[in-house]
Design a protein. Structure first.
Length: 84
């Protein structure tokens, strides 16, 4: 595996860890360890902030637009692509 591929795998793994943190899916020890890393890494901080903002926007849309009351099929266009 090339160094670039390894970096890409690490980046994706970190992104999944941040997503798990945002979604409350990390155990307590993993949260503590990862918070320390986020505090020390501006790139991780930015990604965490992006994912938190995205989650807030989705939750706001879901509650204000009635997403919970609309079947997913109503969000698809003729080609089957989900539209919002």
């Amino acid at each position: 595996m090339s160094p670039r591929s390894i970096l890409s795998v690490r980046s994706r793994t970190r992104d999944f860890e941040i997503q798990a943190l945002v979604d409350g899916q990390l155990g307590w020890d993993a949260q503590k360890r990862f918070w320390k890393e986020i505090e020390d890494d501006p790139t991780l901080q930015r990604r965490y902030d992006q994912l938190v903002a995205q989650k807030r926007a989705l939750l706001q849309w879901w509650s204000s637009e009635g997403g919970a009351r609309r079947p997913i099929s109503s969000l698809k266009d003729e080609s089957g692509t989900v539209t919002v």
